[in-house]
Design a protein around this ligand. Sequence first.
Ligand code: ZN
Length: 440
Amino acid sequence: MNFDHVNQELFAFLDHSPNAFYAVHNMCARLEQAGMTRLFEGAPWKLEAGQGYFVTRNDSAIIAFRIPKADYKGFQMMASHCDSPVFKIKPNAEITIDKQYVKLNVERYGGMICAPWLDRPLSVAGRVIVRTEEGIETKLINIDRDLMIIPNLAIHMNRQVNEGHKFNAQVDMLPLFCEKGEEKDEFAQMIASEAGVTAEDILDADLYLYSRTPATTLGLHNEFIASGRLDDLQCAFASLQGFIEAEPVDSVAVHCVFDNEEVGSGSKQGAAGTFLSDTLHRINSAMGRTEEEYLMSIASSFLVSADNAHAVHPNHAEKTDPTNRSYMNRGIVIKYSANQKYTTDAVSGAIMRAICKHAGVPCQTFANRSDMLGGSTLGNISQSQVALNTVDIGLAQLAMHSPYETAGAKDTAYLIEAARVLFSSSMEGKGDGNYKLTFS
Ligand code: ZN
């Protein structure tokens, strides 16, 4: 495996994907480049065996699928998410201080670690909705330079700063944007000029801060990588790459990346929405299949919910379960939770182990300490729309939900290989609990 090459491609994807809109935009470009056809939910679908397609919803979630040449048994799927905890810019964002500074009014999106957002270069990216003669049009914008900063209070003004600080999002987290000049609404003017329109033509916007610090490699032997948004663009990238490299024979390969995982998934473009179920139903009917055939195919399908996992922390090894401890560069982490916060059970865990074995990549296990509540992810949430054998996995990382996270330099390549095997495989029910697994 060429770990370095994989990481260079991952870094380019991370650095050019400051938020979900750009991640989806970049995945579309990659799929088009690989010869796949874009579909729209509002237009009819004519699908052909042997071809690959993709569709987006809200420009912030994407499902790509490849139909094999022969008749298919089921769907082999991997789902990840493309949103990260971040600060969203509120409408009417400008706040003037002492007629000297302009700072921006922002609010929290998801549960981030606040401290590392301070004292580092930030900028803004997202989408604006522009008035047209016919209606409205979406434009992506990214102010691609160091633009803002959220400054810390000097230690002389907060002597307790190193004894634990409680961050107030309305007070502590507002970024400094510019010196107050003669012009009014300079933020709106900047956004409009970046979009190539006038401020009056912008009807609304979804704009987010992002950290400007690019992805890099660390460690004496270059064994670690660090970047913003590794949770969960690392998995999304690996899933996409494995999907493109796969050779589906008996199953439809389905690469899904949802938005809004960090805020509970309950949107039209989130895992609790109908996007996956609608897409699978449309594939089924476009291929001339009945509803019974749809349900039979779901029973012969598998979903890998891929969302990053916690590595043992070098300074806080005591925070991890005594026997299910995952480490960076030790491969795919299979996550277990008795309460089904993670969907893994004996059947889906066994299938995932078979996939890793066939791919020749290591796997390890994670469970939360029994006295600690872990996070949730998208696998269990998507079950309310499409219920099927599902496993929760991830890649081990440190500092989850920091704007700069650390992970293993080998693990992305391992997940690409496991995804390639998953998307090229099929499973067939032989009564409940027994499956024939075919790896092409
Ligand atoms: Zn995540």
